[in-house]
Unconditional design. Structure first.
Length: 122
C-alpha cells in the first residue's frame, strides 16, 4: 500500500516575502497568515493549505525560458479567461516574458520575485 500523504504547504524562496505574499494574495484571494513577519510570510486557504514565502539572502530569480538559473518549480493556475487573467496579473505586478510556448492554450507569466507561473483554461 502506498504511503498516504496530503500536500499541505508550498514555500517559495524570495528577497521580499511580504511583497510576494501581497502579490499572490491579490491574485488568489487567499488570507494572510497571522504569523507573517519580515523574513517569512504566508497565505492560507480555508481547507488549511498554506502558501509560504521565505527570505533568502542573495536571492537570485530563476530565468525563463533559459536555464542559467533553473526555475526548479512553478505554479499552474486554472482561469476562465486567459486574456482577462493576464491583464489583471500584469496590473498586480507580474510580467510576461516574450517566449510563450503555446499562448493559445496557456500563458507563462513571471511573479514580482522572478518565479515563472502558468495560466491555463484546462
Amino acid at each position: 500500500m502506498p504511503l498516504q500523504m496530503r500536500l499541505t504547504a508550498v514555500t517559495l524562496d524570495c528577497a521580499d516575502p511580504e511583497a510576494l505574499a501581497a502579490f499572490y494574495q491579490q491574485a488568489t484571494g487567499l488570507e494572510l497568515h497571522p504569523a507573517s513577519d519580515g523574513d517569512f510570510a504566508g497565505l492560507t486557504r480555508e481547507d488549511g493549505f498554506f502558501l509560504g514565502f521565505q527570505r533568502v539572502d542573495d536571492y537570485r530569480a530563476p530565468s525563463w525560458p533559459g536555464q542559467t538559473m533553473p526555475q526548479q518549480a512553478h505554479f499552474d493556475f486554472h482561469v476562465d479567461d486567459l486574456d482577462e487573467a493576464e491583464d489583471v496579473l500584469l496590473g498586480l505586478g507580474a510580467t510576461r516574458p516574450e517566449y510563450q510556448p503555446d499562448a493559445d492554450r496557456w500563458r507563462v507569466l513571471i511573479d514580482p520575485a522572478g518565479h515563472p507561473f502558468c495560466l491555463t483554461t484546462r
